[in-house]
Design a protein around this ligand. Structure first.
Ligand SMILES: Cc1cc2nc3c(=O)[nH]c(=O)nc-3n(C[C@H](O)[C@H](O)[C@H](O)COP(=O)(O)O)c2cc1C
Length: 330
């Protein structure tokens, strides 16, 4: 289990915690870094001052490297500049490919991780200067850029580029990590499993549902939770909102049941409406079950809440044991 990504990221364990809007804050990111992995903090959609303070908040908890995740669907220049000003170790760019963003980050001295959904996109990102490709399979929780499942995606991407490839989507334990490495990935990018870390900032009801869901209880939607972020496919736990929408013939936006209904309040008091793209936080009020409960298909492997550091150690040790024992399986 050696790869140059460890050199590049200066880590001991090739495990990255996925950026998860709302759920992965400084505590989770720093815990993963301090455990020898690499954390990625989502700071997109925030003013530059908040990007800077988010970076400082992680730095107060770890002296290790980490990345800031930026969403290319929304204006991103301010956030990218703040990352450059703060000389954060890396930026993770997702939802599309902007060669200008890659070259700006590179010129600013940052390492660039580009999230892709197929081999052609990976090639384009490498040509634009990306140092690391994150290949996100269709099993993934949250917003899902591509349509190819991890098992087929990783080898295709690995064959297409010469930079390290990080595998994302459906990887929740050491078995998934060992498999991803055998498919040619240099590291894994884990989301849903970390929703059950002690450090994830999600509502108890959301966490409870994650701990009880099976692999068959997530669904991929083209634009169900489209309020605030339209036409961005995603995977979430099936819930009452999805059921009522399906019962109404999977109606198009504008014709869905109870659109604009206020179903809760964010901690700052702002309304959460039905079909909103929103991660319920610990202090969110209202009908949490009906909100967008992002989850990947690997959720059936997520059965226990534990500190993020323990998750990193457990996944790494299990993958190592499996890979060491692999010859006996042939
Ligand atoms: C709650 C949640 C929020 C997410 N938010 C983001 C985000 O802000 N930026 C991003 O690049 N990916 C985001 N994702 C996708 C993850 O980065 C990652 O691709 C995915 O979790 C991997 O699949 P897994 O959940 O099966 O581990 C999110 C995923 C979840 C579950």
């Amino acid at each position: 289990m050696s790869s140059d990504i460890r050199e590049l990221l200066k880590i001991e364990k090739p495990i990255l915690s996925a950026p998860m809007g709302g759920a992965a804050g400084p505590d989770l990111v720093a815990a993963v870094c301090n455990a020898g992995g690499y954390g990625v903090i989502p700071l997109w959609g925030k003013p530059a001052a908040q990007v800077a303070s988010g970076i400082e908040a992680v730095r107060a908890l770890t002296d290790r490297n980490f990345a800031v995740n930026i969403n290319l669907e929304f204006p991103y220049e301010e956030q990218l500049q703040a990352c450059i000003d703060k000389q954060v170790h890396a930026v993770s760019l997702f939802w599309g490919m902007e060669p200008e963003a890659i070259s700006k980050a590179k010129t600013g001295g940052l390492l660039v991780m580009a999230s892709v959904g197929n081999a052609a996109e990976a090639k384009a990102a490498e040509e634009a200067g990306a140092d690391i490709i994150v290949a996100q399979g269709w099993e993934a929780g949250g917003h899902v850029w591509g349509q190819v499942a991890t098992m087929a995606l990783i080898p295709a991407v690995v064959d297409a580029v010469s930079v390290p490839v990080v595998a994302a989507g459906g990887i929740a334990d050491g078995r998934g990590m060992a498999a991803a490495l055998m498919l040619g990935a240099s590291a894994v990018w884990v989301g849903t499993r970390f929703l059950a870390s002690a450090e994830a900032t999600i509502h108890d009801e959301y966490r409870r549902r994650i701990l009880n869901a099976t692999e068959a209880q997530t669904e991929w939607y083209y634009d169900l939770y489209d309020v605030k972020w339209p036409q961005a496919p995603h995977r979430a736990l099936a819930n009452s909102t999805a059921q009522e929408w399906k019962d109404a013939g999977s109606a198009a936006p504008g014709q869905r049941p109870n659109e604009q209904e206020i179903i809760g309040r964010r901690p700052d008091g702002e309304a959460v409406v039905r079909y909103q793209s929103y991660t319920p936080l610990p202090e969110t009020q209202g009908d949490v079950e009906a909100m967008s409960l992002w989850s990947g298909q690997g959720v059936s492997m997520v059965r226990e809440v534990m500190p993020a550091a323990q998750i990193v150690h457990e996944i790494f040790n299990e993958a190592q044991a499996l890979l060491n024992a692999a010859p006996s399986r042939l």
